[in-house]
Write a protein of this length. Structure first.
Length: 267
């Protein structure tokens, strides 16, 4: 199984450093969530882990090799990245879009092999898109489109799948549908899932491990029970939370919250 870690990583844009001297190791075979306020560096960190942007200092290591020294196609055989927004204006069928995930394995004129078609059909089946394979992406709902992008990432046949806010712009039902799909992919196929996520209750319910980022560094990390405590939520979001647990597990559930210092004012 592929190992992914960052050591003393600093990365940003032009002269502005977003991530500063950050060190982490992605737990293998788990669902890992990045949480934190807007601007804390979640998207930047994911892009650095996927080699979309290169370190200013420090390194990202893929199986103990600095990721910037590895050929692009070789990285793409181990890490699939799904960004926040994907172009859905293309008049392509779902199967054609998913076939793009096979790019790292193509040679010469890029014709698909029998192994490519096998991977494509597996990705379609794994994401429940069998009845939509010949439809165009423009005809699908938001949740269905997200399934297509996830299927394209699965077709890459990587150990690690990185997703930047996979539930953005989706209604609650479709958010649940996508996260249940990712959980199935993790549990059934052993994929390591790394994603940024805003909703703390969804992060608690679906993630095995959390990294809490603030101002470009890791404030704390651990299981949802270790991270989603009142103390850490105060430091991370400046809120006072009323906490319970989910009915079917001991994972923390945020019942309600107030901005720190305003709870008494609302009574």
């Amino acid at each position: 199984m592929t190992e992914l870690k960052a050591i003393d990583l600093s990365v940003g844009y032009q002269k502005q450093m977003i991530i500063k001297n950050l060190t982490l190791k992605i737990p293998q075979g788990q669902i890992i969530g990045l949480i934190g306020p807007n601007g804390s560096g979640k998207s930047t960190l994911l892009k650095a882990l996927a080699r979309i942007i290169l370190p200013h200092e420090g390194n990202v290591f893929l199986d103990d090799q600095a990721i910037q020294t590895i050929e692009t196609k070789e990285v793409a055989k181990k890490i699939a990245m799904l960004s926040q927004s994907s172009d859905s204006s293309m008049g392509l069928t779902i199967e054609e879009i998913i076939s793009y995930g096979r790019f790292p394995y193509q040679k010469g004129f890029g014709q698909l092999s029998s192994a490519d078609y096998e991977a494509i059909h597996w990705a379609i089946e794994a994401t429940g898109l069998e009845n939509l394979a010949d439809k165009t992406i423009k005809t699908l709902s938001g949740g269905q489109k997200q399934r297509v992008w996830i299927a394209m990432a699965l077709a890459q046949d990587t150990d690690i799948v990185i997703l930047d806010e996979p539930t953005t712009f989706l209604d609650p039902a479709h958010q649940l549908e996508i996260l249940q799909l990712l959980q199935k992919i993790n549990r059934k196929y052993g994929k390591t899932i790394v994603m940024s996520i805003h909703d703390m209750n969804l992060a608690s319910r679906f993630c095995d491990y959390l990294y809490a980022l603030k101002e470009g560094d890791i404030l704390t990390c651990g299981t949802p029970g270790q991270v989603l405590t009142n103390e850490w939520l105060q430091q991370l979001f400046d809120i006072d939370a009323c906490l319970g647990t989910f009915p079917d597990s001991a994972k923390p559930l945020i019942i309600s919250y107030e901005l720190r210092g305003t709870a008494d004012e609302t009574k």
